[in-house]
Design a protein around this ligand. Structure first.
Ligand code: SER
Length: 319
């Protein structure tokens, strides 16, 4: 990876991935791709070049890739699961028509491509405990349908055209920088904002509903380490199960209470989010990623909670 384009650089993952890539590869070598209305600001704008790169416009992406001599594309354009249910056609347009454009630009310009999949690529008939790497993927959400298609189309471009496509299936991602929007796992971020602000948290996911989660520093490492992995070791490509922890709302609530004993949570279950959450795995088996490219998470529930509370308090000026 010498010259990198991050598509969706101002989003939940992109905003932090762009910064991390710039610290590793040099600011001028990482282009922050964005769509009008979501321009990079602050350190993201100052830390290196930025360009409009809309996945629905293949010609525009091609211009950016040629101008900056891009060899690696991180394609992070997506709608999350809940908002995708409200706008299924747009989810397809961004997730699949957009991916097609990205893969074509990559094929023509010989770029490697990372387009994340998700725990959302699994469905109710997938084994829920220690979900294997290769298993049933029959999701019921449009988000899941687009993620399974993403995996298949990315593998297709690798086998047919030799495009170096690689990806992970991200679990719910927790960070204190850019909040997620419209996801099923968002509660695990929102709960920290309530705790730091001293507010009661109303949880939309029912007690006992376990899902895989990961702290953002681990997620960034997963994306970068996979793209740097020796291709000779990769038997799989799109996409690897990765996880760092699996918890239900009461587990994270108790963990926060260890540091904030006055924190209170009540349940007001959102039927759509709950149905989606129940269709997803309780815990992933990520042994294939560990074997093929040495994946290891660094943060568990305790260490992530401690860091989140400290960093979010600093960020919200509540210390
Ligand atoms: N975090 C995503 C969502 O909840 C899942 O990958 O939609």
């Amino acid at each position: 990876m010498k010259n990198i384009l991050v598509i969706g650089s101002t989003g939940q993952i992109g905003s932090e991935l762009t910064t991390e890539l710039r610290s590793r590869y040099g600011g001028s070598n990482v282009v922050a791709g964005y769509i009008p209305g979501a321009e990079p600001k602050g350190s993201l704008a100052e830390g290196g070049p930025a360009a409009v790169a809309d996945v629905t416009n293949g010609g525009q992406m091609d211009d950016v890739v040629r101008k900056y001599n891009i060899d690696t594309i991180y394609n992070l354009a997506a709608l999350l699961s809940v908002v995708a249910e409200q706008k299924p056609k747009l989810a397809w347009k961004i997730g699949i028509d957009g991916l097609w454009n990205v893969l074509e630009v990559a094929r023509q310009n010989k770029c490697a491509v990372f387009t994340p999949s998700s725990i959302g690529s699994f469905g109710p008939t997938t084994p829920h405990e220690l979900t294997p790497q290769d298993t049933v993927q029959r999701p019921l959400t449009i988000y899941g349908v687009s993620k399974v298609t993403t995996e298949l189309l990315s593998d297709y471009y690798f086998h047919k055209y030799g495009v170096d496509t690689r990806a992970v299936r991200f679990p719910g991602l927790i960070s204190y920088v850019t909040p997620p929007g419209g996801g099923t796992t968002d509660y695990a971020v929102d709960i920290f904002y309530a705790a730091v602000r001293g507010e009661k948290f109303v949880c939309p996911i029912a007690e006992g509903t376990r899902m895989d989660m990961m702290y953002m520093p681990d997620a960034l490492r997963a994306a970068i380490e996979l793209m740097e992995a020796d291709p000779a070791r990769l038997k799989h490509r799109n996409a690897f199960n990765v996880t760092a922890m699996s918890f239900a709302p009461e587990n994270i609530y108790r963990e926060i209470c260890r540091r904030k004993p006055d924190f209170r949570m009540e349940y007001q279950v959102d039927p759509l989010k709950q149905a989606i959450a129940e269709s997803w795995p309780d815990s992933l088996d990520d042994s294939t990623a560990r074997e093929e490219w040495g994946w290891r998470p660094q943060y568990g529930l305790g260490s992530m909670t401690r860091d989140m509370l400290e960093k979010l308090a600093e960020r919200l000026g509540k210390q």
